[in-house]
Design a binder for this molecule. Structure first.
Ligand SMILES: Cc1cc2nc3c(=O)[nH]c(=O)nc-3n(C[C@H](O)[C@H](O)[C@H](O)COP(=O)(O)OP(=O)(O)OC[C@H]3O[C@@H](n4cnc5c(N)ncnc54)[C@H](O)[C@@H]3O)c2cc1C
Length: 427
């Protein structure tokens, strides 16, 4: 017999689970389908040899949209903020990072004049209204706002840190500045990783009556008529629902809709590029140099951070869990072996002899950090694509008009559920 549901949610990551939890408060029947054997999507944490590995470095903005949404859903968030100290590296030379008053005072990366410009630039970031920057690329804004090339390079570095975007000439200044502002409020590294958020969202949804089926891939979303969908699974089982919330990426969604995607949707989804990076996740029995906890490349797009001093990420307190990351440019062609060597070399600079202490490690050469590199003009297209098929709601880190990453995933998940409930209540 064909199963019938009020709502089918495709995808069990942050967006899908946030949507499920908001819908769980209504009396709609909700089915969440996840193709992976494990739920969580990119907010998953894998426990390897008693070490907790997020999928690359994960930091939750303290002043962002995600925390209030998660708290509204009753999720406990346990973690600590890392210190703002560390180093920045240019041409193989390390300098104190000018991200704190002490760092600005002590860094020899900047002259006194540049230090002043750096402080002024931070003030400009705080004061500017991102909404007014939708038609500008980040690079354009930086070049207008800042004279010194060194200060510009620091702003690009902070932009990468806050958004993972390494294409200042392509990305909209609106999203970059808005995330920079949020990032200035600090971040949290979470005890036992982001899976703790997913597990709580999962348990709450299930207790409230949401049915979750993992290891179940959707093959087709067919809008038969308004508010009547046929959903076909990979094993050809058919499910019917009144509404669908899709949280897959844009390319996957286009495939699922097949010829039912509108012309506008197809055009827009095809040209979306993801934000990608390479991550080397490492657990060590000890740090050869316990003082070195954070570093970023200025011209080379590298990141290094030891997360375990701030979050419980190992069953053994003495062990260290760290992430080394390379931000890819969207036009990069990636040579995995070369990238791995680069990341290992960067780590060797930070922690000489680290290889002797490895408990376990994982290298992912090109992972999608965010499913959309936000570009000028995306907003209108996104808005249009989201409303073209009645009863289909689109969420996920690429589907928010004004934010990306976990902020975009949670806020679009909430928005999709709210929009859907509004329609149900008016019918
Ligand atoms: C290396 C890395 C570092 C990051 N760091 C940060 C950070 O510091 N701060 C931050 O805020 N964010 C960070 N993020 C981003 C954050 O993890 C994601 O934005 C967020 O988890 C995305 O959630 P989502 O639900 O939109 O997508 P996903 O987590 O991708 O969930 C979508 C789900 O849909 C499932 N699915 C897809 N197709 C189908 C189908 N056909 N049928 C059934 N299921 C399907 C997928 O398996 C997946 O589980 C990082 C991401 C990465 C990869």
């Amino acid at each position: 017999m064909t199963q019938k549901w009020d709502v089918v949610i495709v995808g069990g990551g942050l967006a899908g689970y946030v949507a499920a939890n908001y819908l769980a408060k209504s009396n709609l029947s909700v089915l969440l389908l996840e193709k992976g054997t494990k739920v969580g999507g990119r907010a998953r944490t894998d426990k390897m040899k008693q070490q907790y590995f997020n999928l690359g470095p994960h930091a939750l903005y303290k002043k962002g949209k995600a925390i209030p949404i998660l708290e509204e859903l009753g999720i406990n968030i346990n973690g600590t903020s890392p210190k703002l100290s560390g180093t920045v590296i240019e041409n193989n030379i390390e300098y104190p990072a000018p991200f704190s008053p002490l760092g600005i005072f002590t860094t020899n990366f900047l002259t006194w004049r540049e230090r002043l410009e750096w402080i002024n630039t931070m003030t400009k970031v705080i004061r500017v209204d991102p909404e007014k920057l939708a038609q500008q690329a980040f690079q354009q804004w930086v070049e207008q706002a800042v004279l010194s090339k060194k200060v510009q390079s620091l702003l690009y570095l902070l932009g990468r840190l806050a958004t993972y975007c390494h294409a200042p000439e392509q990305v909209t200044a609106k999203i970059m500045i808005s995330h920079l502002k949020t990032a200035m409020g600090g971040v949290l590294y979470l005890d036992e990783g982001w899976q703790t958020i997913i597990d709580q969202l999962h348990n709450k949804a299930v207790i409230s009556g949401v049915q979750v089926q993992s290891h179940t891939a959707v093959k087709l979303i067919d809008p038969v008529e308004p508010n009547h969908f046929k959903i076909v699974l990979l094993n050809d089982v058919e499910i019917r629902s009144k509404y669908v919330i899709s949280t897959t990426g844009p390319h996957e969604l286009q495939k699922l809709l097949a010829d039912k995607a509108t012309h506008n949707q197809s055009n827009f989804f095809t040209q979306i590029k993801p934000i990608k990076g390479a991550t080397l996740d490492v657990a060590l029995t000890q740090l050869p140099n316990p003082k070195r906890l954070f570093a970023m490349g200025i011209t080379d797009p590298f990141y290094y951070s030891v997360h375990s001093p701030y979050a419980r990420l190992s069953d053994d307190k003495k062990c260290a869990v760290l992430h080394v990351f390379k931000y890819h440019h969207p036009d990069d062609s990636i040579d995995s072996r070369k990238v791995k060597t680069e990341l290992e070399k960067f780590l060797e600079k930070m922690q000489p002899g680290w290889q002797k202490y490895v408990i376990t490690s994982r290298f992912l050469p090109q992972i999608s950090v965010n499913q959309r590199l936000p570009r000028i003009g995306d907003e209108e297209e996104l808005h249009r694509s989201k409303t073209e098929i009645p009863g289909l709601y689109i969420a996920g880190d690429w589907a928010s008009l004004d934010s990306i990453l976990a902020e975009g995933a949670t806020s679009s998940g909430k928005q999709a559920a709210k929009d859907l409930l509004l329609i149900c209540n008016t019918h």
